[in-house]
Design a protein around this ligand. Sequence first.
Ligand code: APR
Ligand code: PHB
Length: 402
Amino acid sequence: MSVQPQIPSRTQVAIIGGGPSGLLLGQLLHKAGIDNIVLERQSGEYVLGRIRAGVLEQVTMDLLDECGVGERMHREGLVHTGFEMMFDGQRHRIDMHRLTGGKKVMVYGQTELTRDLMEARQASGQLTVYQAEEVSVHDYDTAQPRVRFMHEGRSHELACDFIAGCDGFHGVCRASVPRGAITEFEKVYPFGWLGLLADTPPVSDELIYINSPRGFSLCSQRSRSRSRYYLQVPLTDKIEAWSDEAFWAELRLRLDEEGRERLVTGPSIEKSIAPLRSFVTEPLRFGRMFLAGDAGHIVPPTGAKGLNLAATDVKYLSQALIEYFQERSEAGIDHYSARCLRRIWRAERFSWWFTTLMHRFPGNGPIDAKFQEAEIDYLLHSEAGARTIAENYVGLPLDFGA
Ligand code: APR
Ligand code: PHB
């Protein structure tokens, strides 16, 4: 049985949330000798049980390497140099590698990445308090922020220099900011994604994004023997009403002939419906508290930008904090919000646009489908058009066009 170390009363950075953002930040700070504690509401098993996307941009791969946790990703992850888009039963390949001068993405599940980060954190002896309840943030507009929480029936107070709000969309940090100090931009889409995970070989070596008259569908994967598929469904659909058989039957109807022939079905390991949302908070800094990852922004999953955006927020935040502690310079923390937001809005725009291009919107008529068809036809038959998609999909470099 592992013995939980005593919870101290002070740390340099209190990280709220032990998802990918919090764990990655903790690792980057630790590498720079900055002391931090992660407070996570759930148990470690619960965090690992959440199924999320699994496409990593180069920037994210580089960050994992920098943290010293990239080894398994390089060994087990699948390098993808292109993906397919299907419209009107026709497939078109986006050759990311050729169109972007050699860039690629890595298919590696968020669950695996989170597990690697958890193990690295544990090995380095840094403290994560799981099942930290009633977390509340205080005095972050002063030089002595504090975090209070309950753990195993006892109340704790943690003094710190900075609070990192890595606590996701439903977290406490953003919710604690006075309404007058924050602007929230939001669009909720009129459909959801029904996802199914199965231990079956993927229908194709590459991902296929499908715009079919029956709605959007995505053929994705976690490994050569584990598939992840999605169907666009009305928001009113209930997960209980979707049997595995019904899922596979609907997916078949949205695939082309080749896909139907190659599709291998099997029992689901996980099945859930997720809503789609575009959401951005401005600013991302409130005195000595920062928001990073899903706490500050949500993208619809079309294009798999969520985790990658979180990773770059965290990179910028770690740079800013390292600069503060090592050089006593506040330039980085002053610039954090604007630096992140510029990249965030670019990814938000792409995710919104890709969602709009590939889904069937309720209330839209035949002319809207024709507009989509013409746009896809243009994009895929124009070098510039295809490059625009590829460039956005592989992700912007960390320091783009200053
Ligand atoms: N106290 C402590 N922890 C909290 C609290 C709270 N009040 N509220 C939420 N949390 C925890 C959640 O339990 C969760 O483990 O914060 C964590 C936030 O993790 P994620 O939701 O995964 O968010 P993040 O770490 O920013 O991950 C980036 O981008 O688009 C997504 O799929 C992508 O999930 C990925 C995310
Ligand atoms: C996934 O594999 O879960 C996935 C992949 C690509 C996306 C979204 C989700 O755009």
